[in-house]
Design a protein around this ligand. Structure first.
Ligand code: SF4
Length: 256
């Protein structure tokens, strides 16, 4: 199945986001390939070649070119609701992610003070002090959690060597005020049935995020044979998990 092309610049959009409003995307990853510590079966950028927790620092763009691109984008279009670190892989793998967040925050304060600073992360570097320091400057940390048990985690996220679910859960439990995003799917691997579903709910109960955002495969996926969870089922799951946990669980979808 064809997947989406990689982002071809350090900023993209603003895009109209289901969750964030008008969001300026900030890509701190290389332009020509994805770097990630996961190889999610559903990734809309395709398969991760050589998933790693310790990429070469020389593979990443420098801080200055990224900040120049953000400044130019904000001067051109300051009417944004969010500045969002996302892009071609896992942003927190950038060796100078903390410096990037600090620089973007200063630009935000000067040029778009109403916009919130948002991060989409797979939570695999939460044990690193430099990630923890960067997160202190992020208004809305949106952390991926698709599984609460090692088997579903391995099947869905296909993590790089050295990544452990327990370390991720420990990091998420320690972070105040986070938003968890979970992609729910059916097919050869699934997190909406039986033990996998129960383990995911139990993990949410321990983390107690300020909000849980669930969605499914709205875009082309890295692997075929995955089955999208339809909108009516997402709504039902959101209601069920809200009732069982008292958490704020919201379902998002593109096409009902
Ligand atoms: S964490 Fe995100 S970028 Fe990395 S493989 Fe999964 S979906 Fe793709």
């Amino acid at each position: 199945m064809a997947v989406l092309p990689l982002e071809s610049s350090f900023t993209y959009g603003p895009v109209r986001s289901r969750r964030l409003g008008r969001s300026l995307g900030i890509n701190v990853l290389p332009l020509e390939r994805k770097i990630c510590s996961f190889n999610c079966v559903y990734c809309h950028y395709g398969v991760t070649i050589g998933a790693t927790l310790t990429p070469e620092a020389s593979d990443f763009p420098g801080v200055e070119p990224v900040l120049r691109a953000v400044e130019l984008a904000l001067r051109t279009c300051p009417e944004v609701d969010a500045l969002t670190f996302s892009g071609n892989g896992e942003p927190t793998l950038h060796p100078y992610f903390r410096e990037l967040v600090f620089g973007v925050r200063r630009l935000r304060d000067r040029l778009a003070p109403h916009a919130q600073l948002t991060l989409f992360s797979n939570a695999t570097t939460l044990d690193l002090p430099k990630t923890q320091a960067a997160l202190a400057w992020i208004d809305a940390p949106i952390m991926k959690l698709d599984a609460g048990d090692p088997s579903a985690f391995a099947g869905i996220n296909r993590p790089a060597p050295g990544v452990s679910l327990e370390t991720i859960l420990t990091g998420l439990r320690a972070l105040p005020n986070i938003i968890v995003q979970s992609l729910l799917l059916e097919g050869p691997v699934s997190n909406v049935h039986g033990a996998a579903f129960e383990a995911w709910v139990a993990a949410l109960l321990e983390i107690r995020p300020r909000q849980v955002q669930i969605y499914s495969t709205d875009y082309p996926t890295a692997e075929e044979n995955l089955v999208q969870v339809p909108a009516f089922r997402l709504r039902h799951i959101a209601e069920t998990v809200t009732r069982r946990t008292s958490l704020d669980v919201r379902a998002f979808w593109l096409n009902p």
